[in-house]
Ligand binder design. Sequence first.
Ligand code: SAM
Length: 243
Amino acid sequence: MQREALLRVGAQQLSIHFSDEQMKQLLRYVDLLQEWNQRMNLTAITDTQEIITKHLLDSLSVTSVQAFSETTRVIDIGTGAGLPGIPLAILYPQVQFTLLDAVRKKITFLEEVKTQLSLQNVHAIHGRAEDYARQLEHREQYDLALSRAVALLPTLVEYALPFVRVGGFFIAYKGETVFQEIEQATPAIALFGGTLDAVHAVRTPTDKLHYLVAIRKISTTPEKYPRKAGKPSKQALLSAARE
Ligand code: SAM
């Protein structure tokens, strides 16, 4: 199937409509991913159809469970080459997206994507989640945190929940280990001020099941979290014992 047709059919399944301009931006993003991937390791998926289904449409699947409005502030933690942030920023040009990654070359790539696609609503920042989450301009400032393929859930909630305002949500894209990860993350979710809201099973256009874990922020994250950079991944908080 032609790449534009594949994108349109997949979008229809997700009840998304793209303008011609948005379609051009998405396809240009695919081109840039493929061009830059020859020089640097941005994504293991290089086939055009797979980039569309496994990256773009998968990223956009969150629209079936989460509403986005002009006032929604979103952070994508460990965005890598811009997933899920870039496809969502193209779909919702009125929504502000902060894309965070610890690897500088990925931020350089995202700056190029911003320029080439004329995206005014993307702010790409370089650094670790644990460090940014301590800064006042980021701490508890987001209505929605998203993260895809970054860490196991007990670690991920320590990265993400400090960014979310009370009343906001963290949504993690997860695969088939989801229920085991949730079980292990239960004490950490509570410790950082969250509660499990829902686990949505989403069928992607590849027909593979994936899950969107929605965690609602119900109380402020204690000041001492997240712990210093590196600690959440080395030693995730798996029990209620506090450090
Ligand atoms: N989210 C993208 C996707 O779905 O393709 C990228 C996934 S990639 C496997 C994981 C990314 O998370 C890497 O680019 C890595 O640099 C970033 N990352 C991991 N831990 C991080 C942290 N503590 N703070 C910021 N970025 C982090």
